[in-house]
Design a protein around this ligand. Structure first.
Ligand SMILES: [Zn+2]
Length: 283
């Protein structure tokens, strides 16, 4: 994909090199790694709270340097994030970008409790910030078999900003309420899957509109979508469950199967219209 020369947003909060990773050491690291996959791409805030209390670091706030980072990876997040925001400004009346995108290493405090890189990237509705540990991108490629292409990384970012959109539209809150009233865990999980698949679809909507809002400076090129689909496939719940040596049990899915994740990313890309992302139909 093209992104160099695209407009910067300056909404990056850089906490790299600020420490906060102490809790990731030792035996805890191993335990947390076992959870990878269940947290990949977005996390249920109540789960974050549990993790936070487990590590006893909730509630403290940390501030990083705001602006545009100097390094390539930081600039990528800034430029692509701004492009995603520009798309949503044209798609959602009254759209406001996330408060910031936080770059961190290993662990950091968030409005949803203590965030750890082993959770994968996530969005915290309480402070409206996206949290990214850039090392995850490496892991996505080497451990999960996803694509290392720029577009695959942009898909991750667009998915997380998709959760921000869901916070603005009220979809996230509706799902939380529905989950509280759910009669079984399986039913609650179905709402979670619908929310996640919608964020995948929203990522496709961004990709379809990236070039038109940026006069082509940020653009999806031939072969990019395939890299995104390969990533969507690698992080499907069934694939992750199989990879971790467990049985595939659809009722425990929280993000959707590989086939579903690919299907909704593609649907958003083909229509370019968020209205086509009604993953809640039939629930
Ligand atoms: Zn998600």
């Amino acid at each position: 994909m093209r992104w160099q020369g695209g407009q910067r947003g300056g909404g990056i909060e850089d906490r790299r090199g600020m420490g906060g990773g102490a809790v990731a050491g030792g035996g805890i690291g191993v335990a947390v790694l076992a959870l990878i996959g269940y947290f990949v791409f977005g996390i249920d805030p109540s789960t974050t709270q549990q993790v936070a209390s487990q590590f006893g670091q909730a509630g403290t706030s940390q501030e990083g340097r705001m602006g545009t980072p100097e390094d390539q990876a930081g600039q990528f997040v800034d430029v692509v994030g701004e492009n995603i925001n520009d798309v949503w400004r044209t798609k959602l009346d009254g759209y406001t970008p996330p408060a910031s995108t936080v770059l961190y290493e290993q662990g950091t405090s968030t409005g949803c409790g203590f965030g750890q890189s082993a959770m994968g990237p996530f969005y915290c509705p309480a402070d409206q910030k996206v949290y990214l540990d850039l090392a995850f991108w490496q892991e996505m490629e080497t451990q999960l078999g996803a694509s290392g292409a720029d577009f695959a990384r942009a898909y991750v970012l667009a998915h997380e900003i998709g959760h921000h959109v869901q916070t603005l539209t009220g979809a996230s809150e509706q799902v939380q309420r529905a989950q509280q009233g759910a009669s079984s865990e399986a039913e609650g999980n179905r709402y979670s899957v619908a929310l996640e698949l919608q964020a995948d679809c929203y990522a496709g909507v961004w990709a379809a509109n990236a070039a038109s809002v940026s006069s082509g400076e940020v653009a999806v090129e031939q072969g990019d979508l395939e890299e995104g689909l390969r990533t969507a496939s690698a992080i499907g719940d069934d694939t992750l469950q199989r990879r971790s040596g467990g049985q595939v049990s659809p009722e425990s899915f929280t993000h959707g199967s590989s086939a579903q994740r690919m299907e909704w990313l593609q649907r958003g890309y083909q229509t370019g219209d968020p209205a086509s992302c009604d993953t809640f139909q039939g629930l």
